[in-house]
Design a protein around this ligand. Structure first.
Ligand SMILES: [Zn+2]
Length: 342
């Protein structure tokens, strides 16, 4: 009894942090315990009798040496917050019974050894926060879309190279961190994240941002430092000489000449129907495959000017763009730094 008084700070909270424990003591067993904090110890395993703490709601086992969670964890279906940061958990460490923790709203798994996001996590449909930073995750599975209620998704410090378009369907997302990965491009579907307030993209391999990103009207924080686009933001131009087919196609579209399958082959009708409009609003031109790439700075939330990719129909078309860049370059550099470092 004396021992318990030492460790149970209130009727339902057990505090065992920083005690050098190698295992959880059995005498914490009680019908009332709702909060358990055994963080910063030397725990290598969670005992099977953990399922007798049936009222547990908040569990913090961060900063231990855990390599595995027992299947009994799935019985603890009152848990809303589970913290397992900085352990040695890997892809097979979580029991499949985790999927039964239907009340779980916050799951913290940063600083472990995960190479993928275990599939049972996608069954936790009440999840609001998923923190899996500083692991070795190489991919965001499309199943991420099942976590419809996510507010915060932190995957910074992993080995991601791509972001699935499905991420754009997480319509409640307010904070998304993908920093410190090797991501080369973002899907334009991210524009659907209308509640997104914070987007961390620093230290990746982004060459350019999709122009749809300016549609994220709730965004107040954007970090872009440490991406190649920072170095290249001034201007990247590449131009392929258009083919005769392309040049004639452009003329037909620009002059709105009538065509159909009774006049020209079906393949040419298909080609002509897939003309893309030049991004320069002052130009009425079109292109098919040959285009000029150019970076344009766009006002963003009235705070920043963000470098975005523009596809233009010709070199001459890009001169206007060039002029726009150099006319106030000091000012623009200053503004861009703000968003890149911010
Ligand atoms: Zn043009």
């Amino acid at each position: 009894m004396e021992w318990r008084q030492l460790h149970v700070s209130s009727a339902n909270t057990v505090l065992l942090a920083y005690r050098g424990l190698k295992q959880l003591p059995r005498n914490i067993l009680s019908d009332n315990v709702t909060n358990l904090d055994a963080s910063h110890n030397l725990l290598e395993a969670v005992p099977h009798w953990i399922d007798r703490l049936t009222r547990l709601e908040h569990v913090n086992l961060s900063n231990n040496k855990l390599m595995m969670l027992p299947s009994e964890f799935g019985m603890l279906d009152h848990i809303t917050v589970l913290k397992l940061t900085n352990n040695q958990l890997s892809d097979l460490s979580l029991p499949k019974e985790l999927a039964a923790m239907v009340m779980l709203r916050e799951l913290y798994l940063a600083g472990n050894e995960f190479q993928s996001i275990p599939p049972q996590i996608f069954e936790l449909r009440q999840l609001r926060t998923l923190q899996m930073g500083k692991n070795k995750i190489t991919e965001i599975p499309r199943d991420i879309v099942k976590l419809k209620k996510l507010n915060l998704l932190y995957l910074g410090g992993n080995q991601l190279t791509e972001v699935p378009a499905e991420l754009g369907q997480l319509s409640w997302l307010q904070s998304l961190s993908l920093s410190d990965n090797s991501i080369t491009r973002l899907p334009q579907q991210l524009k659907q994240l209308t509640r997104l307030q914070s987007l961390s993209l620093h230290n990746n391999q982004l060459q350019l941002l999709p122009k749809e990103i300016i549609e994220l009207t709730s965004l107040t924080e954007l970090s872009l430092r440490g991406n190649p686009l920072v170095v290249r933001f001034v201007r990247k131009m590449s131009n392929n000489v258009p083919t005769l087919l392309e040049l004639s196609g452009r003329c037909i579209k620009k002059c709105s000449l009538h065509y159909n399958r009774s006049i020209i082959p079906a393949s040419l009708v298909y080609y002509l129907n897939h003309a893309r409009t030049c991004d320069n609003p002052l130009c009425a031109g079109v292109y098919f495959t040959s285009r000029v790439q150019c970076v344009k700075f766009v006002d963003f939330c009235g705070k920043y000017r963000v470098p975005l990719l523009q596809y233009l129909c010709s070199d001459t078309c890009s001169e206007g763009c060039d002029h726009e860049l150099t006319s106030s370059s000091d000012d623009e550099n200053r503004m861009v730094k703000k968003v890149l470092l911010g």
